[in-house]
Design a binder for this molecule. Sequence first.
Ligand SMILES: [Zn+2]
Length: 320
Amino acid sequence: MYLCYIDESGTSSIPGNTSHFILAGLSVPIRNWKDCDQGIEVIKRKYGLEDTEIHVAWMLRPYFEQTQIANFDKSDYAQRKYQVESLRKAELLRLQRAGNSNRYRQVKKNYEKTKGYNHLSRDERQKVILEVATCVSQWGFARLFAECIDKVYFDPARSRPPQTIDEQAFEQLISRFARYLQYMAISDPNSSLGLLIHDNNPTVAKKHTEVMKQFYKNGTLWTSLQRIIETPLFVDSQLTSMVQIADVCAYALRRYLENGEEELFNLVFQRADRKDGKVVGVRHFSKAGCTCKICSAHKRATPLSAIPSALRPQKAQPSD
Ligand SMILES: [Zn+2]
């Protein structure tokens, strides 16, 4: 059986503040789940993040207060945290006195979202994400599925029936996961079933559950979902490291497509589902003739011999 952890990056609203919306799913066989979870826990412990959710967009922001603290890098984690929290308290008091309630709320939210990481320098926070992405790249049993929509080229009227960005992304993602399960079922017809596990966000939960019910009734555009069981399960991402890893994958895809950042992308893209050397699990919905690495790998089959042996897709093991 396969668990597929799903998360998104960017906003699906138009125009929103990102050009792309990414929905990514990372599939692992159940029997590898514990190893994955422990691998991530080891990285978290090393950086004092045992009880903290990895939320990459908040982690990689610049934290202004850290630049105000002399020798920040030389203090221990507890001292650093104390110093940052002191400066933040002072700043919130200042904003409160100044009577700027919008700014106060915005800054307070920013502090809350980043408080779990403020003992780490920016360099260390980048290292955490890089180590996580490296760990994922080495999971030969894992497969990455994603729909990456460039909202500039999205026209709801062109799809039949008309779909929102969320619906297209979700349908594409689960269709690819379902095809992968069908392929795996060739070698193991009785147990290649899949379960979708999603970060619990009440709006998304309701929407995806309804879309999923429709898919069960009608089959999706591309394939039927007979091997995906149940409606998606929604979990608290704070408690489920693997949903946080899907967040890292979605973020890496978006930053590559929007900013050309390759380091994280090159790691997680190694896990994109491939068939005969061609990437079939990740799609970039964009202009015709796009030459990005995703579109290039989607169109052209790379001869297996041209892929370094460590990166070649592994032959499936019988699943649990
Ligand atoms: Zn492209």
